[in-house]
Design a protein around this ligand. Sequence first.
Ligand SMILES: Nc1ncnc2c1ncn2[C@@H]1O[C@H](COP(=O)(O)OP(=O)(O)OP(=O)(O)O)[C@@H](O)[C@H]1O
Length: 632
Amino acid sequence: MPKTRLGAAGATPTRLLATVLVVALVVLAVIGPWIWGDQARVPDPAHLAQAPSGAHLLGTDNLGRDVLARVLTATRRSLVMAVGATALAVVLGALVGALPVVLGRRVQRVLASVLTTWMAFPVLLVALFTTILLGPGATTAVIAMGLTMTPVFGRLMQTLTAGIESSDYLVAARMLGISRRRQFTRYVLPNIAEPVLVYITLNIGGALLALSSLSFLGLGVQAPDFDWGRMLGDALPAVYTSPWTTVAPGAAIVVAGIAFGLAGEVLAGIARGQDSPVRAARTPAPAAALGTPPPGAGEHTTAALLTVENLRVEFPTAGGWTTPVRDVSLRLHPGEIVGVVGESGSGKSVTAMAIARLTSSTGSVRSRRLDFDGTDLAALSDSELRERIGRRIAVVFQDPSTFLNPALRIGTQLTEGLPDHGGAPAGARNKAVQLLDRLRITRPETRLGQYPNELSGGMRQRVLIAMAQMAEADLIIADEPTTALDMTVQHHVLRTLHERCHEDGSAALVVSHDIGVLTSLCSRIVVMYAGRVVEELSVDALLDGPAHPYTRALLASLPTLDTEVEKPLDTIPGHPPHPDEPIAGCAYAARCTRAEDRCRTDLPTLTPGTADATVACWFPLTPRTVTPRSAT
Ligand SMILES: Nc1ncnc2c1ncn2[C@@H]1O[C@H](COP(=O)(O)OP(=O)(O)OP(=O)(O)O)[C@@H](O)[C@H]1O
């Protein structure tokens, strides 16, 4: 496990006390019956109901048995029952609360209703009903308590898993075709373990108290067996004549309750601060017009690996729907690297994630066509996507920290989901080491044994790139893959990606706000503004001078070798419009120096410009030589 808050906390008096008490109880539970078992069980007619003395520190009961020996001996049964009931509740709670996250929305809805109904039953009623059904006894009491506590654990785990359901690492695990069992055991459970552990500890104390109550009422442990509750119940008739027989088991229950309560509080205090964002439920998307097919649609259809036509993405907002991506069309052929560029908020990431079918569940994605190697991605269910496309599309996310599973070592994550993977075979590990080395990660062997939190942001980003390459995907979708890297490392990473596509014929769609990075890596560039493609052109055409004033302004804002260091760089005045802003004509018109009346009223559509460019502009520029900064 990575170093967690639980493991990182220092010692405090409360923590020390909780530890001492819990350890003492556990030790007593282990050794108690061995040492004092006989003394606790065998009646001694010669010493009936004796008051505390040197021979019997807490006196004897009405059968002459040493009360202290009985209390110490009963520690094991009392604790085992409390732990057993809690364990049962945790297992059942995980099945109804946490497992559904890997089973799909329908199962989640059904089990959420089961949990809600379960919670509606009064605790005592469940316990009594179970006892009546199964008859009194220790096992019955444990089952009754386990069932009673289950919905509480279930609800907790449901809330916690809701927070990781949309996590990039779980989404990516699904994409990689990792089995549901592995998703559950390696991605879900380790990431909810910490708060659940805190809750378990707190609840053991509560379970102990409740089980003692059942035994006290005669519904739990039956004579001649005994736990603290049973001892209390047996001693009750003699409470006035032999009060010491009730004090000792009562005190034991209180001390054990305090010990686990304290331990839980200490753990909770250490873990406090962890949040568990709850994900909003999917809402139906409105119908949306998809626009007209892009220019050139229908050409190269057989050769293209990816064909996107008229992609439109919408998200619900408080006031209706926002549409950050409209009418986006693009095409990628095997071995080709296409860059998507635009200012922040232009819809690049939303486009990339929609193509990878990774849009958040609230979003609505529509397209005239979303075709990957002859398969209509939009028509596939999640399980079909996993089975049929699975590892053929790899995604490198913008934020590496959310993509990597914090509970798994880097080596495991790099080799996870590889075909026939059974715990990182040597070949896969060697390949992982080579890739990390190639991506300039120092001590790659050591890195495989580390957790994501032990790596720098730039290293994590390169691990993601290595993961995409390990998968040997046909299409790599990379969202700002080099933002966290310095120029030298960026150069190597881009070159590795370039070589990979060149050697293996895989295609890559690379999102970046840095047009300089893209010109050094890609053969074609798609320029986005306010959710639409405003120009698509080859890098050669870009270097000859783009036709759209926005693309030209992006280029002008880059420093070149001729840039005078004293002079501030050109910037584009104004801001891009918000996706919800109603715009009649060209969205860039408000910032464009060439805009005329028509630009403000009529929306320009993409039309072929030069041989290898299409542009959406009423007054396109003519080519001229432009020298952008090169990243290589
Ligand atoms: N889940 C969502 N719900 C609502 N709006 C969203 C959602 N995801 C993205 N958006 C909006 O979509 C727009 C485009 O976002 P996107 O992340 O694609 O921009 P970007 O071009 O990749 O920007 P950057 O370079 O800053 O990453 C933004 O206005 C953003 O607020």
